[in-house]
Ligand binder design. Structure first.
Ligand code: FEO
Ligand code: CA
Length: 687
């Protein structure tokens, strides 16, 4: 069958995200001036300069290096027969995907392919403990929220419980709150103490035990012994080179080692030793008065986008630590990768400072053959950077306490790097997205060391003019100095369990190529990049070199500036703003997106074939309800789990007048929720 997939009918190129989502989720990051104004030795700038004096470049920057990843691309052109390989077997392994893609829609519902079923796993306000109150939209309080599932779920992990068949710990991030749509009578200008305390309790993470149903993908929550809430006021332990630093000391914590809370936890990762990592992302928005600090601190706060004047939520009215004029160092205590051991409800969660401080989207782990642990990390801001941390300690196997104690220190010793990209075809990148060669957009790269932390805790800066503590706390500024490549908002990374190749979602960057802003390079090849791209990286993992190619340039496939690894564009679903990545057990990549910028439709989850003749085939598996965002996909043999974040989040919506009634129906408030999807009657997802 050669049936084109349903295409979006409308492309206005305007953001589909509501203004209120920008306001509460990211602190209007896209509407502020780009924080990275550094004049680093940025390759894109060199290319632009060279292009203006064409001919000078070819003998210098245009060095072509043979790369492995490009060879993969070269063998995988368009499947002109139109036959789908989905569900077929090669050497006994399923290849591709085989389901009817979900058509674009704006339903107030979760829409999945024909033949699939869904159920809610847990939603905002559901009790986590037997004695916790049920959700009551008119009686939400700080006390009830502290024992209920939090708001706006983003990352999710499902960790099997040893010795209990089909039983898991579900660990979920609660990225942010949208107070006007949560609380009736919310006063934006003068929020009540109860609204502040309820909102900060709705941040953080939840741990909840779930039981799978035999023969389906349904998951039912239990009041298990591991159930736990971590909130914006839970005590965290700081480890690594910035622990105890003067830069982290405050009036409430003169030791600089204990922080109350975690905020804006976006995506995350699972470690092989059974803990969960979570990225503190747009933490700047919670703080007030970045203009009322010492001159020396102002530039640093600006580089991280901290706002001047009052904060959006005005928490500074009730907690002085959110007022930078009163407590300037509190800002330095957020923006880290945190690690939670969900198997020990009494264990303090950790903020790992050896991994640097920036707007951490996530941290995803790959273990090298010798047990070295590599954490890949994106800084989700326009023109900010990609990082990795390579441990010096090796992973210890086993689930005993001694192994766990050791493994919990792995992210405290090693080297933090930032990425620099070099394209193979610098003189052919014109900003339109035109593919520069048969092999696509390709190049080489280098990881530049910033900070080395020894196992005895001593840290060494690798950046001139920065102490080790300064590199850890002001990582963006250190990376500016070493010529890192300015990317189009690096979100999630994921290493393929099959090939070891690392995939990175760059969500979009409409400032690329604008007057006074950095221009294109081969890894970020489109000006006014509205739809984002996905990179495929062949990394040395523990080493410092990599090769790469652009797997896909997202958007409406009808337009010339899109690219799907050479696959026939009439047979792919429109996709925009790639955000979270996951793999199924057969090496297919799954991408959840962040708003449907390419079309007039709800946001969704997509499968992307990476191997064989259908490489690049991209199909929409589900859409989330009106106004929502798809987050935290987990793809297992018989179940897809996603987090539905901010359903019904529209500018004119309030708790009194909600725009969505998902999932409870009637006149109910919309409630962010985790959902599971499975094939009717059981069976492998996607075949
Ligand atoms: Fe919270 Fe970068 O998305
Ligand atoms: Ca995200």
């Amino acid at each position: 069958m050669n049936v084109p997939l349903p295409l979006f009918v409308k492309r206005d190129g305007q953001p589909k995200r509501s203004a209120i989502t920008c306001q509460y989720k990211c602190g209007n990051a896209c509407f502020h001036e780009v924080p990275n104004t550094s004049r680093n030795e940025y390759f894109g700038d060199i290319v632009r300069a060279a292009l203006s004096r064409r001919g000078m470049l070819k003998g210098s920057a245009g060095v072509v290096v043979a790369i492995g990843a490009a060879g993969v691309l070269a063998s995988c052109g368009t499947d002109s027969t139109g036959e789908q390989a989905g569900g077929s077997l090669v050497d006994g392994v399923p290849v591709g995907t085989n389901f009817t893609p979900v058509a674009p829609n704006s339903d107030d519902a979760l829409v999945v392919p024909e033949g699939y079923e869904t159920a809610i796993v847990i939603r905002w306000g559901d009790p986590l403990f037997a004695d916790a109150p049920s959700f009551d939209p008119d009686k939400q309080s700080a006390a009830s929220q502290a024992v209920q599932f939090g708001f706006n779920n983003d990352f999710a992990a499902l960790l099997p419980i040893e010795g209990q068949a089909n039983s898991y710990l579900l660990v979920v991030n609660h990225e942010y709150t949208t107070e006007p749509q949560m609380f009736k009578g919310y006063n934006k200008e003068n929020p009540s103490l109860e609204h502040y305390q309820t909102a900060i309790a709705a941040h953080g993470l939840s741990v909840v035990q779930v039981q799978g149903e035999s023969g389906t993908g349904k998951l039912t929550t239990e009041f298990g012994k591991y159930n736990r809430r971590i909130t914006g006021t839970t005590e965290f332990l700081v480890t690594g080179p910035a622990a105890g630093s003067a830069l982290l000391k405050t009036n409430a914590d003169p030791t600089g080692t204990k922080v109350l809370g975690t905020l804006n936890n976006c995506s995350g990762g699972v470690t092989p030793w059974g803990t969960v990592l979570s990225g503190e992302e747009n933490i700047n928005q919670y703080f007030a008065n970045a203009d009322k600090v010492d001159e020396s601190a102002k530039g640093r706060l600006q580089r991280y986008g901290f706002p001047t004047g009052a904060s959006e939520r005005k928490w500074e009215l009730y907690e002085p630590r959110f007022d930078l004029e009163k407590e300037p160092n509190e800002a330095n205590r957020f923006g880290w990768v945190v690690e939670v051991d969900p198997w020990d409800a009494s264990a303090p969660p950790i903020k790992h400072t050896a991994l640097g401080r920036f707007k951490h989207e996530a941290a995803t782990i790959h273990v090298a053959a010798d047990g070295t642990v590599v954490a890949y990390m994106g800084d989700d801001e326009r023109f900010d950077y990609m990082y990795k941390f390579v441990s010096s300690r090796k992973i210890q196997s086993g689930t005993g306490q001694a192994s766990m104690r050791h493994n919990l220190t792995i992210l405290d010793a090693g080297t933090l790097y930032v990425a620099k990209f070099t394209g193979d075809h610098p003189d052919k990148i014109d900003g339109t997205g035109a593919v520069p060669s048969d092999q696509g957009f390709t190049g080489t790269g280098q990881w530049i060391p910033l900070l080395v932390t020894a196992e005895d805790g001593k840290a060494t800066s690798r950046v001139d003019g920065f102490t080790a503590e300064e590199v850890a706390v002001f990582t963006r500024l250190a990376a500016d100095k070493v010529g890192a490549t300015k990317m189009d908002r690096p979100e999630d990374f994921e290493a393929s369990p099959k090939s070891g190749k690392v995939y990175v979602a760059l969500t979009y960057n409409e400032q690329r190529g604008k007057a006074g802003k950095p221009g294109v390079d081969e890894a970020n090849p489109r000006n006014i990049n509205k739809f984002g791209q996905v990179l495929e990286i062949d990394d040395e993992h523990a080493g410092v070199k990599f090769t790469w190619n652009v797997l896909m340039l997202c958007g409406d496939p009808k337009t010339a500036d899109t690219y799907f690894a050479g696959f026939d564009k009439t047979k792919v679903s429109p996709i925009a703003a790639p955000d979270n990545l996951a793999f199924d057990g057969y090496g297919n990549l799954w991408i959840s997106t962040d708003s449907s910028r390419a079309a007039d439709s709800n946001d969704g989850l997509f499968s992307v074939v990476l191997d064989g003749p259908n490489r690049g085939e991209t199909k929409q598996f589900l859409t989330v309800p009106f106004g929502g965002e798809t987050c935290g996909p987990i793809i297992s043999e018989q179940r897809v789990t996603v987090c539905v974040q901010h359903p019904g989040e529209r500018d004119d919506a309030t708790a009194e007048k909600p725009a969505s009634h998902w999932p409870d129906g009637g006149d109910s408030l919309p409630r962010p929720a985790v959902v599971s999807v499975w094939k009717k009657g059981g069976g492998r997802i996607g075949t």
